[in-house]
Design a protein around this ligand. Structure first.
Ligand SMILES: *Cc1c(COP(=O)(O)O)cnc(C)c1O
Length: 396
């Protein structure tokens, strides 16, 4: 089924001239099963993290629902998962998008954070009586690496007014939030649930759904969060205490945690200047976060024998501007140089999804591999901390 066992086998066989994605469907399945078995509620996969058809198909097979944010995502998921429940969870949508979602794609669940969006949804659905409407709360992103706290969400005063107004129109009323991506502490969810409780009490409404959103962390060097068990335990405990939530369903919308481990990226070094490696993908490709946010992914040199002394490198991507820089540090053997292949792990979330074709770059070959992700939150820790080694036999 796989094309190669590992990225090492792939580069040995193919010697790719351009960047390559290694797909690990088994990693999506492991993550999907973990959430299904541990999260006491409905899981919607946040498609924006990785909209690859094979990711969506596996999650549909595993019984997932989907959080879509655009008409294109909604159409794509509906085509691959005809039976799945989809929520259109972007609080600011086009009228036409709502209309097609409702009438053609079977979507009944929408989020909103304003009265004007409520009016838009009601108009676009011809005042539908079967809607599930989720009021998006503004919550803090301070415990997370990527903020989602500024753009969307009703503040404390607006939220209770909006909840009361939506209660009049919706068959089912939900309340949702997003604590920011890569939440580094489970307390982020507890704090947001406190805010949700306050808004519900103030509005004096009955809420049918509490949707705690995404933000569940994936493992990256330097951004190792507590175990996912701690997040689920915190959410479950806080949910159990919510008096306002006695007949309420619990939902979540993980994107990163379900997809991060599903892909790695293989790049080649085209030049070395001091501690700068000029590689063939970058900020305008799958490494936007490595540039923009200084994200450090796990890396390993794909060579049969590894020099044990390491240097912290920075990367330049292939495009012509200085901005295409990833400061790292990425720790690799000190003699890494031109022609070497590097595997950059856990690039499955917000990696491929963000790549552009700027400067004529951004085309990737893709292969299936079967080895473990370089870092995993789901059981067996893979090879990262151990330098890559190759047996004599494989080497022959
Ligand atoms: C981006 C997003 C998610 C997924 O967030 P992750 O941090 O990737 O888990 C979930 N819900 C909404 C509304 C989002 O915008």
């Amino acid at each position: 089924m796989s094309d190669y066992h590992s990225a090492y086998d792939l580069v040995s066989a193919v010697k790719p001239a351009g960047p390559v994605f290694c797909q690990r469907p088994h990693a999506v399945r492991a993550a999907a099963r973990w959430f299904r078995e541990n999260f006491p509620g409905r899981c919607l996969y946040a498609v924006k993290a990785n909209p690859s058809p094979w990711v969506i198909t596996i999650l549909a097979e595993e019984g997932y629902s989907f959080d879509v944010a655009s008409l294109d995502e909604a159409r794509r998921v509906r085509a691959l998962a005809p039976e799945a429940m989809l929520g259109f969870m972007h609080p600011v949508k086009a009228y036409e998008a709502i209309r097609e979602a409702y009438f053609d794609l079977g979507i009944r669940t929408f989020s909103l954070d304003s009265l004007s969006e409520l009016q838009k949804i009601m108009a676009a659905t011809d005042n539908a009586q079967d809607l599930t409407l989720c009021v998006r709360l503004r919550v803090s992103s301070e415990l997370s690496k990527v903020s989602l706290g500024a753009k969307f969400g009703a503040g404390p005063d607006e939220a209770s007014i909006l909840l009361a107004a939506v209660r009049q129109k919706a068959e089912r009323l939900g309340i949702c939030f997003h604590v920011g991506s890569q939440a580094m502490h489970p307390g982020a969810f507890a704090a947001a649930m406190d805010l949700a409780e306050r808004a519900i009490v103030e509005a004096g409404v009955i809420v049918d759904i509490l949707d705690v959103g995404g933000g569940f962390p994936a493992p990256y060097p330097g951004y190792m969060a507590p175990p996912l068990e701690d997040y689920v335990a915190m959410i479950t405990a806080r949910f159990g205490e919510l008096l306002v939530a006695s007949n309420c369903e619990l939902w979540c919308e993980p994107g990163r945690a379900l997809s991060a481990e599903s892909m790695s990226l293989v790049v080649r070094v085209e030049a070395r200047r001091g501690h700068e490696l000029y590689i063939n993908d970058g900020v305008y490709g799958a490494l936007f976060d490595a540039g923009q946010l200084g994200w450090t992914y796990p890396v390993r040199l794909l060579r049969p024998r590894i020099n044990p002394s390491e240097t912290g490198f920075s990367f330049y991507g292939p495009t012509c501007d200085d901005y295409d820089h990833m400061k790292g540090p990425f720790y690799l053997p000190s003699d890494t140089g031109v022609g070497d292949y590097i595997e950059i792990g856990n690039i499955g979330a917000y990696g491929a999804a963000m790549a552009t074709r700027f400067n004529g770059f951004g085309a990737f070959e893709e292969f299936l591999v079967e080895d473990a992700p370089m870092l995993t939150a789901y059981g067996r820790m893979a090879q990262l901390p151990v330098p890559f080694t190759q047996t004599e036999e494989n080497n022959a």
